[in-house]
Design a protein around this ligand. Structure first.
Ligand SMILES: [Zn+2]
Length: 287
């Protein structure tokens, strides 16, 4: 199957949280998970394998922070982290024998564009160009721009993906608050229109909130979006216990809310912070 064919499917199952899985596997707190693509590839491959076994049709590369601003203190170049990350994901799919795809993960730069910060649009475009070109050369099937909470940055990233992405499909999910606003104040209706205008192939939201909050926002997405919708919420709203952020929505409760999203017309189903292969195993039954 070609990736383009997935747009004909009623539902597509993405994967779940990655960072927390690597922390559980011994990644030191505060370290960049992306570094393990080179220094501990077996641990990264094991997470991909767990999600493939759980029923993911699309696995997302461990490259969320593979950009110059996020790797300033790192040992490895972002392009090398991306090439290694795509290779590991492809190996995991080949070993599983499943018909699954590799989404090249691109996260926010961690620095603000002008006028909020110092970054110019051209600098940001170059920062995004590096992982995108590396991911295309390594054989990714699509580009997944995610956890963007600043609309301008998402739009620059989409421009980079359309310019340097070798024609790969571009998917983009933003992070909204419980009332459907981005951090920079735009409504989801404004953001959806801007993303569609920029030429994305699918769009939606990830992180920030749990599935229950997205069920409330869903009618607004359905009313304004014409492209397939992707929703990858956290395992509930964050809670704070003993100085740590935790997500307490278990697999059954998570899947029950995801079922409402699936029945309500959401195409791409997956999870973000706090979700595990156990969550995705139940979500994959909805496909
Ligand atoms: Zn998240």
């Amino acid at each position: 199957m070609q990736f383009q064919d997935v747009f004909q499917k009623k539902h597509l199952i993405f994967d779940g949280g990655f960072g927390t899985m690597l922390l559980a596997a011994g990644l030191p707190a505060g370290a960049s998970p992306d570094q393990w693509n080179i220094s501990n590839p077996d641990a990264v491959r094991a997470v991909h394998e767990a999600y493939l076994n759980a029923g993911s049709n699309v696995i997302t590369t461990n490259t969320f922070g593979s950009t110059v601003p996020r790797q300033k203190r790192g040992e490895y170049k972002p392009a090398d982290l991306v090439i290694a990350g795509v290779k590991i994901a492809k190996e995991a799919i080949a070993a599983s024998g499943k018909d699954a795809f590799v989404a090249l993960d691109i996260g926010p730069l961690g620095e603000f564009l002008e006028p909020l910060g110092d970054l110019t649009e051209e600098e940001a475009l170059e920062y995004f160009r590096e992982p995108i070109e590396a991911g295309v050369s390594a054989g990714a099937d699509c580009i997944l721009i995610e956890t963007m909470s600043v609309l301008d940055e998402a739009l620059v990233c989409i421009r980079a993906a359309k310019t340097y992405g070798g024609g790969l499909p571009v998917l983009c999910t933003l992070t909204y608050d419980i009332r459907g606003y981005l951090m920079t104040g735009e409504t989801l209706e404004d953001a959806v229109a801007a993303l569609e205008n920029a030429g994305v192939d699918a769009l939606g939201c990830n992180c920030g909130v749990g599935p229950e909050q997205l069920v409330s926002l869903l009618p607004r997405f359905i009313a304004c979006a014409t492209k397939p919708l992707i929703m990858q919420p956290n395992a509930g709203l964050p809670e704070y216990r003993d100085g740590e952020t935790v997500y307490l929505c278990g697999p059954e409760a998570f899947a029950a809310e995801m079922e409402k999203l699936a029945n309500g017309g959401v195409w791409g189903l997956g999870g973000c912070c706090g979700t595990t292969p156990a969550h995705i195993a139940l979500v994959s039954k909805l496909a």
